[in-house]
Design a protein around this ligand. Structure first.
Ligand code: F6P
Length: 356
């Protein structure tokens, strides 16, 4: 019997269950004698040896379900090699992998998950990584599952904000998740017809942001929609190290750029301004049809890698083809929005300001 482990790690997102189902269905089709081991709560379950032997029926009816049937947890990569209270996490993961009699383990996760997957590969385990995140910031793939569902959710948020912004003639500052990358904000902003998009990759000048808002008012447009990436920062902060930036913000009593931007706009223009933070709503609920298809494709492809015993790789999509890349080439890298990305240019041509 071949025993295939699956775990989901890091922040959840829509499409995890669709991927798990894709892997399972394809494995059951391809192999006569296969058992799928569901590891509980990501690497935490591998460290603690918590798992379930799954039945084919466990994978039915989950295509449309948000979240993850396996549970997830954040077990930061930076702590993986740290031995605390005599707990050697890497050693335990290797021992449990053996105890579970695994032939390989599929890790569904983001950048942190890929780093630990690579660590385990280096330690001699058979690992295949699959790219999950609403942030779309994973190297080695054009797109991650979860991203487009989050764009759809963000678009609905912006659409709904539009009508109330228009009625009240307000400036609405919407903070969008995405960690350090601006993909989600960029796509949501374009899809929702935002007037200003602020992303970490293009530090903003608040005077230019305010000028863009004023210009709209001069043109008779009484409201403005600004989508701000949670990781955005201004041109002064761009010159600072992470720690210095955090200290500056602590002094100002803010954590993200959003609240500062709203205050600055209201202070300088007198326009009534409101903040909207959809937060984890961006990650909740059922995957979109796009993500169901992508997740299914990734899952099936991962099953074919298992079948061919190709390990130490990460699944991804490049130029509309599902491919795999050595984990060593993707782990530890973050895919940011290039400042001259075609999508940025598209936004600029639509008259959207980046505040630069
Ligand atoms: O990586 C996904 C993500 O939702 C990011 O966009 C966000 O910065 C982070 O996770 C939030 O983390 P948590 O769920 O731990 O609050």
């Amino acid at each position: 019997t071949r025993r295939i482990g699956i775990l989901t790690a890091g922040g959840d997102c829509p499409g995890l269950n669709a991927t798990i189902r894709g892997v399972a269905k394809a494995l059951y089709q391809k192999m006569d004698d296969v058992e799928i081991i569901g590891i509980v709560d990501g690497y935490k379950g591998l460290i603690k040896g918590e798992y379930h032997v799954m039945k084919p029926s466990d994978f039915s009816g989950i295509l449309t379900q948000g979240g993850t049937i396996l549970g997830t947890a954040r077990t930061p990569y930076r702590n993986m090699r740290v031995v605390e209270n005599d707990i050697d996490k890497v050693k335990l993961m290797k021992e449990n992998y053996k105890k579970m009699k695994l032939d390989c383990v599929l890790t569904l996760g983001g950048n942190g998950t890929h780093k630990t997957a690579y660590l385990l590969h280096e330690e001699g385990l058979h690992v295949i990584g699959l790219p999950k995140t609403i942030d779309n910031d994973i190297w080695g793939t054009d797109v991650t599952f979860g991203f487009h569902t989050a764009v759809d959710i963000g678009t609905e948020v912006v659409d709904r904000i539009h009508t109330t912004a228009n009625s009240h003639k307000r400036v609405m500052v919407i903070e969008i998740m995405g960690n350090k990358a601006g993909w989600l904000t960029l796509y949501t902003g374009i899809a929702g017809g935002a007037d200003i998009i602020l992303i970490p990759e293009i530090p903003y000048d608040i005077d230019k942001v305010i000028r863009a808002v004023e210009k709209r008012a001069e043109q008779g447009k009484g409201f403005s929609i600004i989508t701000v990436a949670e990781g955005a920062f201004d041109i002064q902060e761009a010159k600072m190290k992470k720690k210095e930036r955090a200290e500056k913000r602590a002094k100002e009593g803010i954590t993200t750029a959003t609240s500062r931007i709203a205050k600055q706009i209201e202070g300088k223009t007198g326009f009534e301004t409101r903040i909207v933070v959809p937060g984890h709503i961006m990650r909740g609920g059922s995957p979109s049809s796009y993500d169901r298809v992508l997740a299914s494709q990734f899952g099936v492809y991962a099953a074919s890698l298992v079948n061919k015993e190709i390990y130490g790789v990460a699944v991804g999509e490049r130029n509309n083809k599902v491919v795999h890349t050595p984990l060593g080439e993707v782990a530890g890298k973050t895919k940011f929005v290039p400042a001259d990305d075609q999508m940025v240019e598209t936004a600029r041509s639509l008259g959207i300001s980046f505040g630069d």
